[in-house]
Design a binder for this molecule. Structure first.
Ligand code: UD1
Ligand code: CA
Length: 483
């Protein structure tokens, strides 16, 4: 029967994935209602970007990688923009008035109640460097110490502006905000990162005792520390391995600082994996990018999105690759590539534009001022200069002369052309799509090809040349008289 089946199934899960079962009840509230006036932006602060992705994306990624639990985002100013960014993939609640971090978390109380029996992770949407390890290790300590709350902390040389941790032995007895702190308390260097694990049951039991009785007249989330202690519970502190986890940005300079830190950290990771950088000037690599060993990244290289680069390739200088795969021993010089795949031993550039949905096979050479879009280019094919290949399937060992254009758009529709293996496309050929150039066929330089060219044939589509004897000499006399 059903009951037996469910019991049998849950035994199976428990037996094999004990920890995961525990995690299933947990949840995350991300505070994202800050307005960030000093950014001088139309966007809410959490959508300001570090390495091309909103700070909120960094925080969500860390949550998902750590499998911390279901996510709910507290939004405020710019809520429509946050909704558009989230694409309905996450729950959200609205904080109409910005009455403090405690008030913000409590906007999600219904969501939190659905997870009674589990634990709540609170994160700030504007502290992008909180990471998977910190979230997991803090959780393990939270459970091991049987804490009702565990505050994730960091040690800062300049703790100004942050809440200071008040400790007794290995437990936390309070957090005092800069604006409420005495001079002695201001000397404490251990600060509240703004990230916490809470036991949901314990937290909800004291939640209605939150007050705004402080210098900022705000409902502080940190007030849960004394409230839980008063209820006879334990609060712990988890000191993060890196102080970067507390960093946020209040203005554009702060954002630049976060970009520098992120870029540097990612470059360090790749160097540890055997990637070379002759200089890191202008090198920006997004977190998900992978690069194989012995690849060299030259200055001014930007690698975005889900890009994968193989071994022994040279990328840059001044190149941009987005959501693309580049193989092994390929040279990608001063060019741009989007949503495409470039295989091994390929030479690209300088000054090529590889547009989405293109595939460039082994040993291809694509030279200066060539644009490729939505096309495949077969092995050993050369497209060396000043050419546009759009919506085309190009075979192996094809040679494109200088200045070839696939005329793929008639003003209403796009059409595909096929250029078979070993074809030789003369300089300044227009291939008016749809058209097929057969295996080994030639097109004469300057032809506008509108009909298929059969295999091994020569297609000529231009007016035959006539020479008018003496014509130029007469003109020249006239021109000389003006001297
Ligand atoms: C808070 C902590 C402080 C900690 C610091 C870490 C409190 C009272 N203080 O201070 O101990 O060192 O974070 O950065 O919690 N937010 C809302 N709604 C609000 C208020 C804030 O969503 O009503 C969001 C903000 O957008 C931000 C986060 O909560 O993402 C933290 O708020 P912020 O005002 O920056 O808190 P701090 O005063 O810096
Ligand atoms: Ca802050």
């Amino acid at each position: 029967n059903n009951q037996g089946l469910i019991r049998c199934f849950s035994f199976f899960i428990k037996g094999h994935f004990d920890e995961e079962v525990f995690y299933l009840k947990n949840c995350v509230v991300i505070l994202a209602a800050g307005d960030g006036k000093r950014m001088k932006s139309e966007k809410p602060k959490v959508l300001c970007e570090v390495l091309f992705q909103p700070m909120l994306r960094w925080v969500i990624n860390a949550c998902e990688k750590s499998e911390a639990g279901d996510i709910c985002i507290v939004k405020g100013k710019g809520a429509e923009q946050i909704d558009a960014f989230l694409e309905g993939k996450y729950q959200t609640v609205m904080q109409q008035e910005r009455l403090g971090t405690g008030h913000a978390v409590m906007q999600a109380v219904d969501f939190i109640k659905e997870h009674v029996g589990g634990h709540l992770l609170v994160l700030c949407g504007d502290a992008p460097f909180v990471d998977e390890m910190t979230i997991r290790e803090a959780y393990q300590q939270h459970i091991a110490q049987k804490n009702s709350a565990t505050v994730i902390t960091a040690e800062l040389d300049e703790p100004k502006g942050y809440g200071r941790m008040l400790r007794a032995d290995d437990s936390i007895i309070g957090i005092v905000e800069e604006k409420d702190a005495t001079d002695r308390e201001k000397m404490i260097k251990e600060v509240n990162s703004g990230a916490y694990w809470f036991c949901i049951e314990d937290m909800l039991a004291v939640a209605d005792r939150l007050t705004n009785d402080n210098n900022q007249k705000e409902y502080y989330l940190t007030q849960f520390v004394p409230l839980l202690i008063a209820a006879g519970k334990r609060v712990g502190g988890f000191r993060a391995a890196t102080d970067h986890i507390v960093l946020g940005a209040n203005d554009r300079a702060g954002l630049l600082n976060l970009n520098r830190i992120a870029a540097e950290k990612i470059i360090q990771k790749h160097m540890a994996n055997g990637v070379s950088f002759l200089s890191t000037d202008g090198v920006l690599i997004m977190p998900e990018v992978t690069i194989g060993q012995d690849t060299v990244i030259l200055p001014g290289t930007i690698l975005k999105g889900n890009t994968k680069i193989g071994n022994g390739s040279v990328i840059g200088p001044n190149s941009l690759v987005e959501d693309s795969v580049i193989g092994n021993d390929t040279v990608f010089n001063a060019s741009q590539c989007y949503q495409s795949k470039i295989h091994d031993h390929v030479k690209i550039g300088p000054f090529c534009h590889i547009r989405p949905n293109s595939e460039i096979l082994d040993h291809v050479k694509i030279g200066d001022f060539v644009e490729v879009k939505n096309s495949t280019i077969g092995e050993y094919t050369a497209v060396s200069h000043l050419t546009y290949v759009g919506d085309s399937d190009v075979g192996k060992n094809v040679n494109f002369g200088c200045g070839v254009v696939t005329v793929n758009y008639d003003g209403v529709n796009k059409h595909r052309s096929v250029i078979e293996d070993n074809a030789f496309i003369g300089c300044n050929t227009n291939l008016v799509s749809p058209v097929r150039i057969g295996n080994g066929a030639y097109t004469a330089a300057g032809s506008t090809i509108t009909e298929d060219v059969p295999a091994d044939a020569l297609g000529i589509a231009r007016a035959r040349q006539t020479n008018k004897e003496g014509f130029a000499a007469k003109k020249l006399e006239g021109r000389k008289r003006k001297l």
